[in-house]
Design a protein around this ligand. Structure first.
Ligand code: OSB
Ligand code: MG
Length: 380
């Protein structure tokens, strides 16, 4: 990562937006179905420019304990005062100060990402250059939720394959797993394929999970609960298919423990889950040194959060197709221009303009905003 800028950032305003954006198609995981995404955008102004970050916490504490309400509170009561009370010259300064507060990684990440966008714009560089990225195009995968029927699932997969996605991930849970995988494999024998349980199983179901070994899956993601590194290590010892951890990895420290215990052979990195880009890069570097390949997960972000993810996924140890799909796969009206698109080869071209490299559409943001609050330095 580039050395921290010498010049202090004169941050004079921070804005928070709470948005609701309806999905093109509902999204269902082992913890439930959602029809729309509720999330927060953070906009930070300094020296006549601004940066945007997205907070990936959702409406309810299902993926993790954070929600849009807890994140709003933490940002308003702790992180914004921190920004105004210290003179920051680089996102790293924010990262170090914010570390004194326990937990709430999604709240911290939203602010840190806005600072990264701002920093890159100040330098006139696309984010991937600041991060030390090496990939100019990144492989796109698609994450397909639980559907009303097996036929509906197979149809959706068919459509995504025709659109060019390089691999398909499906969500599984007890009862929507073995026979579903068998049908997917029968219909699409060659497609790179993986599954994600979002922690829906317990160690008592170990033998059922071992049945997944016959489907040539690239990986099985997060079968057990987030805190359960030990049970993951027991299952990995008995399974041929690599396990990948998502929810369990919240920092470079938890990544180290998971790798040392043999709880997984692959790690999914999400900047929101781990508290920002600096922690993501630390996890990436640790995994690279230890021969653990990583890939970039998603949280159904708007184009703003997804653009941030794309820049992260340019780092060299991102070795699998990512959960990064086209704008139109998620939302009819994404918040950015140009929208994110898939090439016929199933890749996403990395934006080359300064910062996140795409333009937020202020009018669309305004239309989807349920709550807006402005914080000025003068008031702190
Ligand atoms: O576990 O990867 C997950 C979406 C919401 C919450 C958790 C997950 C997901 C996805 C979507 O799988 C991936 C995407 O953004 O395309
Ligand atoms: Mg996951």
């Amino acid at each position: 990562m580039k050395e921290r800028g010498r010049v202090k950032l004169k941050i004079d305003r921070v804005e928070l937006f709470l948005l609701n954006l309806p999905y093109v198609h509902f999204f269902e995981t082992s913890f439930g179905r959602e029809e729309e995404r509720r999330f927060i955008l953070v906009k930070i102004y300094a020296d006549g420019i601004y940066g945007y970050g997205e907070v990936v916490a959702g409406k309810s504490p299902l993926y993790s304990y954070e929600t849009t309400s807890t994140a709003w509170l933490i940002i308003k009561e702790f992180l914004i005062p921190l920004i105004f009370h210290h003179s920051l010259s680089h996102p790293q300064d924010f990262y170090e100060k914010a570390k004194t507060y326990k937990g709430h990684p999604m709240a911290k990440a939203g602010v840190e990402l806005a600072l990264w966008d701002l920093e890159a714009k100040r330098e006139g560089l696309p984010l991937w250059k600041l991060y030390g990225g090496t990939q100019k195009e990144i492989p796109a995968g698609v994450s397909v939720g639980i559907q009303d029927s097996e036929a509906q699932l197979l149809d959706r997969i068919q459509t995504f394959i025709e659109e060019g996605y390089q691999r398909v991930k499906i969500k599984i849970k007890p009862g929507w797993d073995i026979s579903i995988c068998r049908e997917v494999r029968k219909r699409f024998p060659e497609i790179p394929f993986q599954v994600d349980a979002n922690g829906a199983y317990s160690i008592q179901e170990k033998n059922r999970l071992k049945e997944l070994d016959v489907f040539s899956l690239i990986m099985v993601e997060q079968p057990f609960a987030p805190y359960d590194l030990w049970d993951h290590s027991c299952l990995q010892k008995e399974m041929k298919t690599p396990l990948c951890l998502d929810e369990s990895i919240t920092s470079v420290e938890s990544a180290r423990k998971a790798v040392e215990m043999g709880s997984c052979r692959i790690i999914n990195i999400k900047a929101g889950r781990v508290g920002g880009m600096i922690e993501s890069k630390e996890i990436h570097d640790f995994c690279q040194k230890n021969s653990i390949p990583v890939w970039c997960g998603g949280m159904l972000e708007s184009g703003i959060g997804r653009a941030h993810n794309i820049h992260l996924a340019t780092l060299p140890n991102f070795k699998f197709p990512n959960d990064l799909s086209a704008s139109k796969r998620y939302y009819t009206e994404d918040l950015i221009e140009p929208p994110i698109d898939i090439t016929p080869q199933g890749t996403i071209k990395v934006p080359d303009l300064p910062g996140i490299g795409v333009s937020p559409l202020e009018e669309r943001i305004r239309k989807a905003t349920q709550l807006h609050e402005v914080f000025r330095k003068a008031d702190f």
